[in-house]
Design a protein around this ligand. Structure first.
Ligand code: SF4
Length: 342
């Protein structure tokens, strides 16, 4: 869904609903449901085939012990209770005039479609049937979508919309292999096609600032491992949108305690991005996205207790404000440079 308004206060042409320079998921949802819609991260109870030996062990080198779901709640055993608690915790000031919020139960940690089918059915059904649930989001890997799982998600999508988020991180298979991602990039568009054929929405997750394998040579600033180039990062954004995915999630590489990546970082093998570099890359990505692609995130959170680097990412508000200023300075608007890319 593209929501556009013509003429920004800055007088620099077309902007998206709410005055945004990109097609923000929050604005899309607010317009669709007429109220504030919050994503509520929940624990799936699943593990990951890249950890249990099915396709790998140890997991992706950046993945924390919580399976990249550091804010996911276990719901105290009850999804209903978790949604009720979240609704009760919202103050009137947060709701800004809206009487009743809605929620998107978001099964975020590990590979949410890798649990036994009946576990998935129980959790996802309880979540989607909650009266305050607007939609259902499930995060997983392209290699965790057997037919019975896709059939279950398709069945649930007849109750309310269902979105499946797929972790790609990069479309460069050599970098992905170095990350120990455990599946070839070609599986991503195959999974998107399968999900879309079943009537499900899809989102691709990418990370900027990934280190490359030693075969790519040292960095120009003296580190043994270079970071993925701007061109390679833009190629990943293009790969996600070209696959037909409805949305994109842009994330910064965080180095977290007790990960393989942390060991490499502490040995001085690579550096992390500066705020200026990251903001520039986000602008470059937004500029080339198709207008209709929904942007679900332009940065990520990491618990400060386990965040090693970059420490500037610990304050999300500062990061988002910095990116907004950089977008305004550059005149960034989603799709602005799309034609140059084609
Ligand atoms: S696929 Fe996801 S849960 Fe599994 S190791 Fe990688 S980041 Fe962690």
């Amino acid at each position: 869904m593209v929501l556009k308004e013509t003429g920004s206060p800055a007088g620099d042409g077309c902007v998206f609903a709410g005055g945004a320079r990109y097609n923000k998921t929050g604005d899309v949802l607010k317009t669709k449901y007429g109220t504030k819609v919050y994503k509520l991260a929940l624990s799936s109870g699943a593990t990951c085939p890249n950890r249990d030996g099915t396709c790998g062990t140890g997991g992706c080198i950046f993945c924390s012990s919580s399976g990249s779901g550091d804010f996911a709640q276990d719901g105290g055993g009850s999804i209903t209770a978790a949604i009720d608690r979240a609704a009760a915790s919202l103050s009137a000031s947060k709701l800004k005039g809206f009487e009743k919020p809605l929620f998107i139960p978001y099964f975020q940690d590990f590979s949410a479609t890798y649990a036994p089918l009946e576990t998935q059915r129980a959790k996802f059904t309880e979540a989607i049937n909650h009266p305050l649930a607007a939609e259902l989001y499930v995060a997983t890997r392209p290699d965790c979508l057997p037919d019975d799982v896709v059939d279950l998600l398709a069945e649930l999508s007849r109750v309310k919309p269902v979105t499946v988020e797929l972790g790609l991180q990069t479309c460069d298979d050599a970098v992905a292999s170095f990350l120990n991602r455990g599946y070839p990039s070609r599986m991503f568009p195959e999974a998107v096609a399968k999900l879309k054929a079943a009537g499900l929405n899809t989102v691709g997750h990418m990370i900027a600032g990934l280190p490359c394998p030693p075969s790519y040579g040292p960095s120009d600033d003296g580190f043994p491992l270079r970071l993925e180039s701007r061109d390679s990062i833009l190629a990943t954004a293009d790969f996600i949108t070209s696959s037909g995915a409805d949305g994109i999630k842009i994330h910064l590489l965080h180095v977290l305690e007790n990960t393989a990546l942390a060991g490499m970082y502490k040995k001085g093998l690579f550096r992390t991005l500066s705020l200026e570099e990251y903001a520039g890359l986000v602008c470059d990505i937004i500029d080339i996205l198709p207008e209709e692609t929904v942007v679900h995130r332009i940065t990520g959170d990491a618990p400060k207790s386990i965040l090693i680097s970059p420490l500037w990412s610990g304050d999300k508000k500062i990061v988002l404000n910095f990116i907004a200023r950089e977008m305004a300075r550059r005149g960034t608007v989603q799709g602005r440079l799309r034609s140059e890319k084609q």
